[in-house]
Design a protein around this ligand. Structure first.
Ligand SMILES: Nc1nc2c(ncn2[C@@H]2O[C@H](COP(=O)(O)OP(=O)(O)OP(=O)(O)O)[C@@H](O)[C@H]2O)c(=O)[nH]1
Length: 588
């Protein structure tokens, strides 16, 4: 498809040219800026990774993640503290309840012994009665593992069960000595009995009618065997590591799920210290095995014992891990939706800016305006940026247009310069368009300058190009190739047609009246590409040779270039032309 000079050179017809030949061979603005050094290229590659979308995503996702983790952590901490507090309160309540039960049991046991002591004072010499009373006390309520009735010197008078076989023996155990010595109602410290058992004894002194001390009646509780005390406490043992233990006022273990520890004295335990000072409460402590425990404790006031119920912290918090897993699981859909929304918003925010940035790289291209116009800048900043870029683009295009025009045209006459001519001819050659060139030169122009001055000479030059423009068609191109030398390119024009046009031009120029200068005359050399047999460069040279011939043969004439082998026909052509020139001269 043939293209007009305006299309080829991106400019309208010759004299009205406002834009330059295509200068697309110049590098784009952005590339031109990068070619000088490799440092900006490295920087740019790094920047390509740091896109706005990624930065927004990074910022938003990290904020969301931190917020999420923070709320998880805060909620975990709150729930953990609540669970711990709840466990401490539960253990305290539990220890308090058990302490009250133990207290009641011990009081009731003392009352039973006191009642029996009242009965016994009248019949201490009745051995069978003593045995019956001992059996009744042991069997009636199941309060004691064994019952012993002694005389004032500690000699055993009766026992239940009768199998103890210590009747008649004098008791030497700690509990017996203390009871005999103090002669008051007592709950003993744990000690090893005459039968080799670890036990505590609840005793009641016996007095006769005159108030003389006659011995004591004691009910024992075995600590390492089944007893009402063990039954009461042992049923509350949990398998998750929770347990309770009882200490007496000497910090000796009276009850512990690990029976081997019963009788041990525990020192350095904060909970025991607290409960021994008569306080109830709760504490977080490390037990003898190094396990962190949540302990509740309460004193048994009647015996100065302490009951401690505790549960491992780990067991308490075990449920919390399930809760956290549940929370995570349930919040997953919202988290995914949130992250997706963040991604979508980041994309929407970054998109116009990315498009504007991409467009900024091609600001030197005319289609950029259309691309810029299509960008949806939906929020204020991007809108402002787009607006500024549109303004900048218009300015840039205007300046590019001016630069192109300046680079492609002759400043005096406004016609194309030699460079534009070469581009245009190359394009014709590439399009396989046949063309003819008229090479024009003003005759004796030096004399014009000499006689009328340089300014008048300039006027003659512009008048000539105007005339050339008037007589040329759309698609022809006029270029100034030297001081007073011009070229008129006629695409798709035969040599014969070109000769007619050249003649018309020569005569018109000669008829022109130029201010100050008067008339001028031109010589014209004509050469054709002849179906692209010759390159533009060769055709230009041939036109120049024909022009030289025109000058040589007297000027003010048109000469068609002929190959040396066609000398004859060339002469014929020239003769005709010379005749025309002669006629014209005469008319002028
Ligand atoms: N006014 C003006 N004169 C120019 C310009 N460019 C070149 N000239 C003059 O054009 C003249 C060309 O002179 P020559 O090359 O001797 O040719 P000529 O006098 O036209 O003689 P022929 O071409 O042989 O007929 C010189 O005097 C240049 O100074 C220009 O832009 N303006």
């Amino acid at each position: 498809m043939k293209r007009s000079p305006a299309e080829v050179l991106k400019t309208p017809k010759v004299l009205k040219a406002s834009a330059a030949p295509n200068v697309s061979e110049a590098p784009p603005l952005s590339e031109a800026g990068n070619s000088s050094s490799s440092q900006p290229t490295v920087c740019r590659r790094r920047q390509q990774h740091l896109t706005l979308k990624r930065l927004i995503l990074l910022l938003a996702l990290s904020s969301a993640t931190v917020t999420l983790l923070n709320s998880f952590y805060a909620s975990y901490q709150v729930q953990k503290e609540q669970l711990i507090q709840h466990e401490l309160d539960s253990n305290f309540a539990y220890a308090t309840k058990l302490a009250a039960t133990t207290n009641n049991f011990l009081r009731s046991a003392q009352q039973q012994l006191a009642y029996a002591a009242g009965e016994l004072q009248y019949r201490m010499d009745d051995h069978n009665y003593l045995l019956r009373q001992a059996d009744r006390l042991r069997l009636q309520t199941d309060s004691f593992n064994s019952v012993v009735i002694t005389g004032a010197d500690g000699t055993v008078l009766a026992t239940s069960p009768n199998t103890l076989e210590i009747i008649g023996e004098k008791l030497r155990s700690e509990g017996a000595i203390e009871a005999l010595k103090k002669q008051i109602p007592l709950i003993s410290a744990p000690y090893i009995s005459a039968t080799g058992r670890l036990l505590v004894v609840i005793s009641q002194p016996l007095f006769d009618r005159q108030g003389r001390y006659i011995g004591y009646i004691g009910g024992s509780l075995y600590l390492k065997e089944r007893s009402i005390l063990n039954d009461m406490l042992g049923t509350h043992y949990y398998e998750d590591g929770s347990y309770l233990y009882v200490v007496d006022k000497n910090q000796r273990l009276l009850y512990h799920p690990n029976k081997s520890r019963i009788g041990d004295v525990v020192t350095g335990n904060r909970v025991i210290r607290q409960v021994m000072s008569g306080n109830g409460g709760s504490l977080s402590v490390i037990n003898s095995e190094g396990i962190e425990m949540l302990a509740g404790f309460a004193p048994v006031t009647i015996s100065h014992w302490g009951i401690i119920a505790q549960r491992p912290l780990k067991a308490t918090l075990a449920s919390l891990n399930d809760v956290v897993a549940q929370v995570l699981y349930r919040s997953l859909p919202i988290t995914i939706i949130t992250f997706f929304t963040i991604w979508l918003l980041a994309r929407m925010i970054a998109r116009p800016l990315k498009q504007l940035a991409d467009t900024a790289r091609t600001m030197d291209q005319p289609q950029t305006h259309e691309r810029l116009h299509r960008i949806r800048s939906w929020y204020f900043e991007s809108g402002e940026l787009k607006h500024a870029m549109e303004k900048g683009f218009s300015l840039l295009q205007q300046q590019i247009g001016q630069l192109r025009h300046a680079a492609s045209t002759d400043p005096l006459t406004g016609v194309y310069n030699r460079r534009s001519l070469d581009i245009f001819l190359s394009q014709l050659q590439a399009d396989h368009t046949e063309f003819t060139i008229l090479a024009l030169d003003i005759d004796h122009f030096k004399q014009v300058n000499d006689h009328f001055g340089h300014e008048a000479g300039d006027k003659a030059l512009t008048s000539l190009t105007q005339k050339m423009s008037e007589l040329s068609r759309d698609g022809d191109i006029i270029a100034r190739t030297g001081g007073e030398e011009f070229v008129l390119v006629l695409p798709s024009t035969t040599q014969k047609q070109a000769l007619t046009i050249a003649e018309r031009l020569r005569i018109s120029v000669a008829q022109m009246q130029i201010n100050i200068v008067g008339s001028i005359k031109v010589s014209v050399g004509i050469a054709s590409s002849r179906k692209n047999t010759y390159t533009p460069k060769q055709v230009l040279k041939q036109a120049d040779q024909a022009l030289y011939q025109a000058k040589h043969r007297g000027r003010n004439r048109c000469v068609v270039y002929r190959e040396p082998s066609y000398e004859k026909s060339c002469t014929t052509e020239e003769s005709r032309t010379s005749q025309a020139e002669h006629n014209t001269t005469e008319e002028a």
